[in-house]
Design a protein around this ligand. Structure first.
Ligand SMILES: NC(=O)c1ccc[n+]([C@@H]2O[C@H](COP(=O)([O-])OP(=O)(O)OC[C@H]3O[C@@H](n4cnc5c(N)ncnc54)[C@H](O)[C@@H]3O)[C@@H](O)[C@H]2O)c1
Ligand SMILES: [Zn+2]
Length: 366
C-alpha cells in the first residue's frame, strides 16, 4: 500500500519548502523510482547508522548512492560525526544539486539534515525515517541539529527536505521501548490537536482509544493513518510558524519537564519519549492545579497515558533539582521558562509565569 499524502509544509515565501510526505509499506524497494520525481541529483550520499544498515541496507534501492554507515546512538550526534558526513560529501564530490539522504532514526535525520543544510550552503536533502519517532515527528518540520557538550541540539538550522519517505514496514524491527518512545509523541499530538488549527478534525484522541491493539500490532492501514494524522498536525503547526516564533512552541508539550529530566539523569535513564511522557503527566497535573482543566479531562488524559503504558516510574529521583535545572537551561539558552499547559480537551496554552512551588507540586506524580 502506498499512500500519497497531501501533507505539504508550505512556507509561503519559500517555494522549496513545500514537500510531500509519502507513507506506506515496502517503499524502500521503490525508493529509486520515487525519489527521481523529487530531486535532479546525479549522486546520493546515504547517511545511516550501523543498526539501520544491518537491517535494511539491502532493501533500500537507490542507484548511484555512496553509503556512509555511522555508529548508532545519541552520543554520536556531535560535531565529529558531522565532520565525517561532510568529509564524505567532499570525498565523493557531491555538488549542490546532489542529494544527502538520511536513512535511520531521529539522530541520523537531524545530523544528515544539518550536513545537507551546510554543505555548499545547502544541497538537496531527503528523509527516509525508520523509527516511529522519526516518522511522526523529527523528519517533519525542518529542524536539524547536532548536540554540543553544553546542550542538546545547540547547533542547528531550519532546513526542509525535498521529500519524506516513511516506510512503515521498517517499524517491525523496533523493540517495544522504541515503539513506545514514538507513541509518546503521538499521544502529545492528541493533547494539542485543537490548538494545531489544522484544516481537518482528526479526533486523534478517539482514534487512539479505538485502535490501540492495531497500533501495537502495527496494522499497516491503521499505522499509516496514524502517521498521516500526526504529520498533518505537525505540518499545520509548522506552516503557521516555521521558525518557532509563536505557535510552534505547542509541540513542546511536556518538553520543559522532559529536558530537565533527561539532563538530570544524564540521558541514560529515560528515552526522550519516556521523559516527554513524564513531562506530559506533570503538565496535566500543573494545569489541574492552576484550574486550567477540569478533573474529568485530567482523568481522561491520564487514562490514555496509562492505557498506552508509556509513563515510566519516576520514583527515587530528586524532584527538588528539576526547577533549578530548568532555570539553568533557560539561562544557557537565553530564553524564557515556558510551559505548554493543557487548557481544555485537545487544547493547550503557553504559560511563562510558572513558579518554583508550582513545579515542585506538579512533579509529584507517582
Ligand atoms: N528535528 C526534530 O524536530 C526532532 C524532533 C524530535 C526528536 N528529534 C531528535 O531525534 C532523536 C531521537 O530519534 P530516535 O528516537 O529515532 O532515535 P535514534 O535515531 O537513536 O534511533 C533509536 C535506535 O533505533 C535504531 N533503529 C533505527 N531504525 C530502526 C528500525 N527500523 N528497527 C530497529 N532499530 C532501528 C537506531 O539505530 C538507534 O539505535 C534525538 O536526537 C532528538 O533530538 C528531533
Ligand atoms: Zn520530543
Amino acid at each position: 500500500m502506498e499512500q500519497l499524502l497531501n501533507v505539504k509544509v508550505n512556507i509561503p515565501v519559500k517555494e522549496a519548502s513545500c514537500y510531500d510526505i509519502l507513507i506506506g509499506t515496502n517503499l524502500l524497494e521503490k525508493a529509486d523510482e520515487i525519489i527521481k520525481k523529487y530531486t535532479k541529483a546525479d549522486k546520493f550520499l546515504v547517511v545511516t547508522d550501523k543498526n539501520t544498515a544491518k537491517l535494511y541496507k539491502n532493501n533500500l534501492n537507490i542507484k548511484n548512492a555512496h553509503w556512509l554507515v555511522l555508529e548508532a546512538g545519541e552520543e554520536y550526534k556531535n560535531i565529529n560525526t558531522l565532520k565525517t558526513i561532510l568529509d564524505a560529501a567532499v570525498e565523493h564530490r557531491l555538488e549542490r544539486s546532489d542529494c544527502i539522504i538520511a536513512f535511520g532514526g531521529g539522530v541520523i535525520g537531524d545530523m544528515a539534515g544539518f550536513a545537507a543544510a551546510s554543505y555548499m550552503r545547502g544541497c538537496d536533502f531527503i528523509q527516509i525515517p525508520t523509527t516511529l519517532l522519526a516518522q511522526v515527528d523529527s523528519s517533519v518540520g525542518g529542524k536539524v541539529a547536532i548536540n554540543h557538550e553544553h546542550g542538546k541540539n545547540l547547533i542547528g538550522a531550519f532546513y526542509q527536505p525535498k521529500l519524506v519517505l516513511a516506510d512503515i514496514t521498517t517499524l517491525k524491527t523496533l523493540d517495544i521501548r522504541q515503539l513506545k518512545t514514538g507513541l509518546c509523541e503521538v499521544l502529545k499530538y492528541a493533547f494539542i490537536e485543537k490548538t494545531c488549527n489544522a484544516p481537518l478534525n482528526y479526533r486523534l484522541f478517539d482514534f487512539l482509544k479505538q485502535h490501540k491493539e492495531e497500533i501495537f500490532d502495527l496494522n499497516p492501514a491503521v499505522v499509516s493513518q496514524l502517521i498521516n494524522i500526526c504529520c498533518s498536525l505537525k505540518a499545520s503547526v509548522v506552516n503557521q510558524d516555521e521558525t518557532e516564533k509563536g505557535i510552534r512552541a505547542i509541540l513542546n508539550l511536556g518538553h520543559t519537564f522532559a529536558h530537565a529530566i533527561e539532563s538530570l539523569t544524564n540521558y541514560t535513564v529515560y528515552t526522550h519519549g519516556e521523559a516527554v511522557a513524564l513531562g506530559m503527566k506533570m503538565a496535566f497535573k500543573m494545569s489541574l492545579q492552576r484550574g486550567f482543566i477540569e478533573k474529568h479531562y485530567f482523568e481522561l488524559a491520564n487514562e490514555l497515558l496509562d492505557e498506552y503504558d508509556i509513563v515510566p516510574d519516576f520514583a527515587g529521583y530528586d524532584r527538588e533539582k528539576l526547577y533549578p535545572e530548568m532555570a539553568l537551561d533557560k539561562k544557557a539558552r537565553n530564553g524564557k521558562l515556558r510551559f505548554v499547559l493543557p487548557n481544555g480537551f485537545g487544547s493547550v496554552t503557553v504559560a511563562n509565569d510558572v513558579t518554583e512551588a508550582q513545579v515542585l507540586e506538579s512533579v509529584d506524580i507517582n
